[in-house]
Design a protein around this ligand. Structure first.
Ligand code: DUC
Ligand code: ZN
Ligand code: ZN
Length: 470
C-alpha cells in the first residue's frame, strides 16, 4: 500500500513567511507531510515540480458570480464558468457574494445563492453577505447567519439601490463588533458621484471616459475617511474594498498610524489599467473597462504598487464582475448609452494571479512571500478560512499551484475560461502562469487544460475573524 496518494517533489515552497526546497506528501486531499525528501516509491502518483515555485492555491475573496443586478443586466459567468476560469488561473477558493434585494430576507438571499452554486462550482466556495436593507429584521438575522458561516458583510456607500445611510452603517458595524464578524465597505461618496454625473451630462459628456471623472478620487477619499471614522466610533475592524487612489490610501495609512484596525484590498485594475483605458475619445469601446471605483492615473497606480509592497494593503482580489459587451451587459441601454447607465465591472478571476506574479514578483516589486500573503494567506485569515486554506502546511487542504515563471504569454480572451466575451488585459504579456493547479490534491488545470469537474467544489462555512470581540 503506498503511503501517499501524491507527492509533489522538488518544490520551491513559498508561504507567507518562508521559502524553502521540499517535497509535499498528500493524502485524502490534504497535505500530510512536508519533508526535505520523500520516497517517491511510496506514492501512488508523483508530480515533479523540478524546482519550480509552489504556492498555496489562491483565495479570491472578492468576486461576483451569477449575481442578479437591480438594472436587469446579466453576469457573464455563473458558478461553472467563473470557478473554471479561477482554477485555470491558480485560484482554488472563491468568496462571491449573496446579495440581499431590498425587502428580501438574508436567509432567502443565501438560499438562492446556494442553489446557484450547488452542483456547479468546480472549486471550493463560501459567501459574503451584501446587506442593502439594514432594517431591524435584517439585523436580527445576522447572529444565526454568522454562526452558519457567513462571517463577513459587504455594505455600500454608493449605488442608489444598494447604499446604506451612515446610521445604518453604524448599526451594521455595531452588529459586526458584537458577533466578531467583519464589514467590507465600498467607499465612494454617492452625492459627489450624482452631482458630477449630472454636471457632465448637462455638458453632453456621456462617453465611457467620463465615468472616471464622475467617480472622483476626492469622493473616494471622503468616503474612505468617513468609513474609518464610523469604524472608530464603533471601535470595530473594517475592510475597505477595491481601494483605487493615492488619496484613499493616504487615509488608510493615517488611520493605521492612529492605531486603528483598518484592513484594505486592492485589485488588478488599479495596477494594470488607467483612466485612459476608458477611452481617450468618445468611443464606446472604453465601456469594457467601466468599473467602480474606476482605474485612475499613473500617480495612483504607483501609490497602489507602493501600498502593496509596504503592507498597507492586506489583500489582493479580482472584483471579478463580468458583463458581456452586448445587450445583456455593457450595451444594456444601447451602443452609446451614457456612462452612468453602463453596468459596472470587469472580469479578472483568471488573470489576477498571473498578472501579480509576473509584474509584482518577477519584476521584484514584491517578494514571493508577500504575493502569497496578499493572494491567499491574508484573505484566508481575514475571512475565517485559515489554516484549511491559504497556506502550505500539514493538515491544510492540498490546494497548490506549481508555477511556470519563464514563459512569454500574451493574454487574449480566447485562452481564458470565463464566459466573458472580452478581457480588459487583451494583448498584455505576462511571464508567469500556473503550470498545474491542484484542488484537494487533484489537478484541475494542467498542460493548458481544464481538468476540473463541475460540482466538485464544496461550500465552506467560515469561522469568525475576531472571535474574542464583543
Ligand atoms: N464595482 C463594484 O462595486 N462591484 C462590482 C463591480 C464594480 O465595478
Ligand atoms: Zn464594490
Ligand atoms: Zn465588487
Amino acid at each position: 500500500m503506498p503511503t501517499y496518494d501524491l507527492i509533489v517533489k522538488n518544490a520551491d515552497i513559498v508561504t507567507a513567511s518562508d521559502r524553502y526546497r521540499g517535497d509535499i506528501g498528500i493524502n485524502d486531499g490534504k497535505i500530510s507531510v512536508i519533508a526535505a525528501s520523500l520516497d517517491a516509491s511510496q506514492a501512488q502518483q508523483v508530480i515533479d515540480a523540478n524546482g519550480r515555485m509552489v504556492t498555496p492555491g489562491g483565495v479570491d475573496a472578492h468576486c461576483h458570480l451569477d449575481q442578479p443586478s437591480t438594472d436587469g443586466s446579466q453576469s457573464a459567468d455563473d458558478f461553472i464558468s467563473g470557478t473554471r476560469s479561477a482554477a485555470c488561473g491558480g485560484t482554488t477558493t472563491v468568496i462571491p457574494f449573496a446579495m440581499q434585494f431590498k425587502g428580501q430576507s438574508l436567509q432567502d438571499a443565501v438560499a438562492d445563492y446556494h442553489q446557484r452554486a450547488a452542483g456547479k462550482a468546480c472549486i471550493d466556495y463560501a459567501f459574503h453577505l451584501i446587506i442593502t436593507d439594514a432594517n431591524p429584521a435584517t439585523i436580527a438575522e445576522l447572529p444565526a447567519l454568522v454562526s452558519q458561516g457567513y462571517t463577513s458583510f459587504k455594505i455600500y456607500m454608493t449605488y442608489e439601490t444598494l447604499k446604506l445611510s451612515d446610521l445604518h452603517i453604524l448599526e451594521v458595524l455595531d452588529t459586526a463588533r458584537q458577533l466578531g464578524a467583519i464589514a467590507m465597505i465600498h467607499a465612494e461618496n454617492d452625492d459627489c458621484i450624482s452631482w458630477l454625473t449630472q454636471r457632465l451630462k448637462k455638458q453632453g459628456k456621456t462617453a465611457p471616459r467620463y465615468h472616471a471623472l464622475a467617480h472622483s478620487p476626492i469622493g473616494e477619499r471622503e468616503a474612505t475617511h468617513r468609513a474609518i471614522s464610523l469604524a472608530e466610533l464603533v471601535d470595530v475592524p473594517i475592510l475597505l474594498v477595491h481601494v483605487s487612489s493615492r488619496a484613499a490610501i493616504e487615509q488608510i495609512y493615517w488611520a493605521r498610524g492612529q492605531g486603528m484596525n483598518i484592513f484594505s484590498e486592492t485589485c488588478p485594475q488599479y495596477l494594470f489599467l488607467t483612466a485612459e483605458d476608458l477611452g481617450i475619445d468618445d468611443s464606446f469601446h472604453g465601456a469594457k473597462c467601466i468599473c467602480s471605483p474606476p482605474p485612475r492615473d499613473s500617480d495612483s497606480q504607483n501609490a497602489v504598487w507602493d501600498a502593496l509592497a509596504n503592507g498597507t494593503f492586506t489583500i489582493f482580489s479580482s472584483d471579478h464582475c463580468p458583463f458581456n459587451n452586448d445587450a445583456t451587459g455593457k450595451k444594456l441601454h444601447g451602443e452609446n448609452a451614457s456612462f452612468d447607465l453602463v453596468p459596472n465591472g470587469i472580469a479578472g478571476l483568471e488573470t489576477r494571479l498571473p498578472l501579480l506574479m509576473s509584474e509584482g514578483v518577477l519584476q521584484q516589486r514584491i517578494s514571493a512571500q508577500r504575493f502569497v500573503d496578499l493572494t491567499a494567506t491574508a484573505p484566508a485569515k481575514l475571512y475565517g478560512l485559515y489554516p484549511q486554506k491559504g497556506t502550505i502546511a500539514p493538515g491544510s487542504d492540498a490546494d497548490l499551484v506549481i508555477w511556470d515563471t519563464h514563459i512569454r504569454q500574451v493574454i487574449s480572451n480566447e485562452m481564458l475560461h470565463s464566459n466573458a466575451d472580452h478581457t480588459a488585459y487583451e494583448g498584455k504579456e505576462v511571464q508567469a502562469w500556473p503550470a498545474i493547479t491542484l484542488s484537494h490534491g487533484i489537478a484541475v488545470w494542467r498542460d493548458q487544460q481544464f481538468l476540473g469537474e463541475q460540482g466538485n467544489g464544496r461550500f465552506i462555512a467560515r469561522a469568525v475573524p475576531f472571535p474574542s470581540a464583543g
